[in-house]
Design a protein around this ligand. Structure first.
Ligand SMILES: [Zn+2]
Length: 249
């Protein structure tokens, strides 16, 4: 066994693994619309598959908990199929998962987030649970660990959802969710919400169909396996560096 994936292990295997494990990785995704060209599990599959690679790379110091396959997605509810948690539900889920693992001796946690809409909630959850339970919790929207590659390679004014970045990552991590014959550019609405997106210093609560008619940002046609590979490798490298320091801390 060269990777500790808790859902694939028996309790005696886990008991023995936990002698070496210092950090539990908890992936969090979403079930939400990703335009015409990526299936709705995109953020869950990406967070889960990325976390598997990160777990392998940091064997035997980390173990992978099952992915939370739902996220905070009320802004996508006007598109069919989206299933959203309330922020309080996600906080409670994470609390229960951390509490359970801490009873088995794990004191450090790395939450790998695949969905921007979860960010505020996960930050609040970490703040609350870490102090209540006296454990250490780090949260990463993992693509932020590849911001150099993203800046160099993505030129669309708006991106970040079902765009060339997510198409690229999906082609690399979980290609069956991409509809290659349906890749398209965003059809934007000329709206207040779209204009506000340009201002990185404002967070406006809005509905996603105010911004885009077909549900995606950027241009899915510009996505590629090669760009996905670059993004994932840079994120893996940076987060592996963090994990080494987190273990020592
Ligand atoms: Zn997404």
């Amino acid at each position: 066994m060269n990777s500790y994936i808790l859902s694939d292990m028996t309790w005696p295997e886990i008991e023995s693994a936990f002698k070496d494990v210092k950090i539990a990785i908890i992936p969090v995704g979403a079930q939400e619309q990703h335009g015409h060209h990526i299936a709705e599990g995109c953020d869950s599959y990406r967070a889960g598959e990325f976390s598997k690679l990160l777990t392998e790379r940091n064997y035997p110091s980390v173990a992978l908990a099952p992915t939370i396959n739902y996220g905070v997605s009320p802004h996508h509810m006007n598109f069919p199929g989206t299933i959203s948690l309330k922020p309080e539900t996600l906080i409670a889920l994470l609390d229960d998962i951390v509490t359970s693992l801490s009873q088995h001796g794990i004191e450090k946690f790395l939450v790998i987030n695949g969905h921007g809409g979860n960010t505020s909630t996960l930050n609040v959850a970490a703040e609350k649970i870490a102090r209540d339970k006296n454990v250490s919790i780090a949260v990463s929207k993992y693509v932020d660990a590849a911001s150099d590659v993203i800046q160099e390679n993505i030129t669309s004014e708006h991106f970040g959802h079902a765009c060339e970045r997510e198409v690229s990552e999906s082609l690399y991590l979980y290609p069956s969710i991409v509809r290659k014959d349906k890749l398209q550019a965003a059809e934007y609405n000329d709206s207040f919400a779209l204009n506000v997106r340009k201002r990185k210093y404002i967070k406006l609560v809005h509905q996603f169909d105010d911004v885009t008619k077909n549900g995606n940002l950027g241009d899915g046609r510009k996505g590629s396996y090669e760009l996905g590979e670059k993004i994932i490798n840079q994120a893996l490298e940076n987060l592996t560096g963090f994990i080494k320091e987190f273990i020592e801390e």
